[in-house]
Design a protein around this ligand. Structure first.
Ligand code: FES
Length: 252
């Protein structure tokens, strides 16, 4: 079945954001996933049609990146990092625990059950969040310093539809809604939750203690915050500023 006319409109809207339309293919595929629950043949043809590419060219991209799914994803996607650091810190145990609990293998989805939301479980590679290892991602939002017990509780909360908030990010919606955000259509949650955490600025703290500084670049000296906590405050200040701008815009 072909995609709805409004989806075609949004695919064209994404393509129009870029000087070269084909640069929009990645977010377009995310939009397809938000609508179809996966990258369907119809979605591939729609992207190809809008961009003037062949279906084979679009397919080549969709099959290269693991964030694009060729089979249906559940209500939530739970990714357990089993890359080196997370693995030795407990990621392997978390993955084994969830696999047994959910009775699924890697990249598989729980069977439909009355009153329960479905979960797709996947072991994923390093999320660049090693300072919070082991990490679990739900619909690409971080859950830091997990244990088999906390991850098990997390999955219970998701399945039963309770509100869940990421460690450094927004309240969890659904995988499809997150895919729409990745396509560039904001859900208004971008400024929810903390923007950074203490472990992310430990390096800065050490640099301060030891008098290290980044070399000056061609534009002048490096601008390093006086205190590590300032980096976190600065991130929060930027978020507050963007909230103010958004509120002022909505008041107009
Ligand atoms: S190894 Fe898991 S986030 Fe880097």
């Amino acid at each position: 079945m072909t995609l709805a006319a409004e989806t075609y409109d949004e695919l064209r809207e994404i393509a129009a954001r870029y000087p070269q339309a084909r640069s929009g293919l990645l977010p377009m595929l995310h939009l397809v996933q938000s609508v179809e629950g996966r990258v369907t043949p119809e979605g591939i043809h729609a992207c190809a049609e809008v961009l003037g590419l062949t279906p084979a060219e679009v397919s080549g991209v969709a099959t290269f990146y693991t964030m694009y799914k060729r089979h249906p994803v559940g209500t939530h996607h739970v990714g357990v990092c089993t890359n080196t650091l997370c693995a030795v810190m407990g990621g392997d145990e978390i993955f084994a625990c969830l696999r047994e609990k959910l009775e699924v293998g890697n990249d598989e989805t729980t069977a439909d059950a009355p009153g329960l939301q479905s979960i797709t479980l996947e072991h994923i590679e390093c999320n660049a969040a090693c300072d919070y290892a082991p990490v679990v991602m739900v619909n690409w939002e971080f859950f830091d310093n997990q244990t088999p017990e906390s991850a098990s509780q997390l999955v219970d909360d998701l399945r039963e539809g309770r509100e869940v908030v990421a460690s450094r990010g927004a309240r969890i919606t659904s995988w499809r809604e997150a895919e729409r955000v990745l396509a560039g259509f904001e859900d208004g949650l971008v400024d929810e939750g903390p923007a950074a955490g203490p472990a992310s600025v430990v390096g800065l703290e050490l640099a301060r203690e030891r008098g290290w500084a980044a070399p000056a670049d061609v534009h002048g000296s490096a601008d390093v915050p006086e205190e590590p906590s300032e980096a976190v405050e600065e991130a929060d200040t930027r978020r507050a500023e963007s909230e103010t701008i958004a509120e002022e815009a909505s008041d107009d």
